[in-house]
Design a protein around this ligand. Structure first.
Ligand code: 4AD
Ligand code: MG
Length: 500
């Protein structure tokens, strides 16, 4: 008897006969023997088919199955610790379900624009498999933590009549002859729900018409926004830390295979245990302008130059022995050259960037907002995420409470991820004083009428409260150490990209 199982469960069936249904990911053939790499969404497994142990029909199917054809394989599960997942399948029968015509994505390297146009197919690749599985794990961790701690999940409206995070990044649309906007943040509605339910969180899509094509910006992204009555800034920072520690811990524990596929250094993630260093904005500015920062730049530049030299040398040496190399060795040299070239590109880019980054960091003026490079430079000094708090009020949103000790400052906080990933969380303590908020709305050029319901929250039983927003794709990009946010969401929306 054959039982139908998913690839991820195969290790429980060693020595047993099973049926798999999936797609052909890749194949390698020698005389009378085919190695079919099959994926089913839960994992990937090598299936070994030998002509002399198969019926003619099955062998015919084995021989003709093309990349991404769908198929059903029968076989016996064998232990093999050289394989990811520790098993392989000895094929006893194979049936093609639907033959794929020539698949546009071949195992050779493709450019990113090409892959983005093929996103609907690119999602079948092993790398995307790993990223989406980690995304799923992170989403689950977020719900688990909040549900365990008694938060109520709520959905904020996506169509809104007002701005939250400034008016420059609004997507505007016509709502029966009225102006409406796609939401930038569910926060204001979260505040209303926190006054009704104590502790809530939103988990939904948010939109920013950012005219910036950086590796950190999507126009549509998912944000998790907890909002808590009776929380001050310190309690808020602690919750953000607990959430991020929980995410890192769960991914390390449950996604070892995925991290391995991505070649992600797990040691970096194991360090995410808290407590996260907390720096006031003043401290952060001082650190940016410090001799320690200058020394970090010197060291990075020297290391980049040294690595470039050693890679160029290795490439020369490989090329020199290419002529005499055997076929398998030639393949390895070619593969390594692609790796070396990719790394050299990164190093070149870094060396091009460093002078401007150095200039920006060492001459940073109090009062300004940190740019992406400044955030990166700040995190060079730490292994863990850091929390920067108490920013100049002039660079923060209208709803922030002022620091009672220094009216120039707002009680905001940002969490910056290590390894150059920058801000993943933004939040703070909210202003509770009605007159102050009315003045702020006016000062930010926002229409007073649409904020009346928000002011009601201060009219009827106002309490100290805080909250934050965690950017899901920013978090995934950091945890997976991706070069760009676009791979962290199934179908990314970017400036200049609406399809597929
Ligand atoms: O710092 P932001 O703008 O904060 C808010 O929207 C607050 N209302 C949240 C709150 O307090 N409830 O955005 C929060 C987070 C950022 O730290 C970042 O991780 C992510 O949302 N984010 C983006 N992610 C991808 N693409 C963009 N264009 C993003 N803009 C913000
Ligand atoms: Mg922010």
């Amino acid at each position: 008897m054959h039982s139908s199982v998913s690839i991820e469960k195969l290790a429980d069936y060693v020595g047993k006969d099973v049926v798999l249904r999936g797609w052909l990911y890749n194949r390698r053939d020698s005389k009378g023997l085919s190695f079919l790499v099959v994926r089913d969404g839960s994992g990937i497994v090598q299936c070994v088919a030998a002509e002399d142990s198969l019926d003619a029909e099955s062998w015919q199917a084995v021989s003709s199955v093309t990349q991404e054809s769908s198929l059903e394989v029968r076989g016996t599960v064998r232990l093999d610790d050289r394989q990811v997942g520790g098993v392989e399948l000895t094929v006893t029968g194979l049936r093609m379900i639907s033959a794929a015509s020539e698949y546009p994505i071949s195992p050779k390297a493709h450019g990113v624009e090409f892959l983005m146009n093929q996103r609907h197919l690119w999602l079948r690749s092993r790398r995307q498999w790993a990223i989406m599985r980690i995304r799923n794990r992170i989403i689950m961790s977020i719900h688990q933590l909040f549900q365990e701690q008694g938060f109520l999940q709520m959905d904020a409206p996506i169509l809104t009549g007002n701005a939250v995070e400034g008016t420059s990044t609004l997507f505007e649309l016509d709502y029966f002859d009225e102006k409406a906007y796609l939401t930038q943040s569910g926060q204001l509605y979260g505040e209303a729900m926190a006054m009704a339910f104590g502790k809530i969180y939103t988990f939904g899509p948010t939109f920013r018409a950012e005219k910036s094509k950086t590796r950190r910006h999507l126009t549509e992204f998912w944000m998790i926004e907890p909002e808590m009555a009776f929380y001050d800034l310190d309690m808020n920072m602690q919750l953000a830390e607990d959430l991020i520690v929980r995410i890192a811990r769960d991914v390390v524990r449950d996604c070892a295979t995925e991290l391995q596929v991505l070649d992600r250094d797990m040691e970096q993630l194991r360090k995410i245990t808290g407590p996260f260093p907390r720096l006031s904005y003043d401290d952060a500015v001082a650190l940016l302008r410090s001799d320690e920062t200058r020394a970090k730049f010197d060291k990075r530049e020297a290391e980049a130059v040294a690595e470039r030299e050693s890679l160029e040398l290795e490439r020369e040496q490989n090329r020199a022995r290419y002529g005499q190399a055997k076929k398998g060795e030639k393949r390895r040299i070619d593969a390594r050259e692609i790796e070396i070239n990719a790394r050299l590109d990164e190093i070149e880019e870094e060396l091009r960037n460093l002078p401007a980054w150095r200039e920006s960091a060492l001459n940073f003026e109090w009062g300004g907002d940190f740019g992406g490079s400044d955030e990166t430079v700040l995190t060079w000094h730490f292994d863990q995420p850091i929390i920067v708090h108490r920013f100049p009020a002039s660079i923060k949103a209208f709803y922030m409470k002022r620091d009672p000790e220094d009216d120039r400052l707002a009680l905001g906080m940002d969490v910056l991820a290590p390894e150059g990933y920058g801000e993943i969380v933004g939040g703070g303590e909210r202003a509770t004083d009605l007159e102050f908020l009315e003045r702020q709305v006016a000062a930010h050029g926002l229409p007073e009428e649409v904020f009346q319901w928000y002011f009601d929250l201060r009219r009827y039983g106002s309490v100290p409260h805080s909250g934050f927003g965690l950017g899901l794709e920013r978090t995934i990009t950091w945890i997976c150490k991706l070069p760009h946010l676009r791979e962290a969401i199934p179908f990314p929306r970017l400036m200049g990209r609406l399809n597929p």
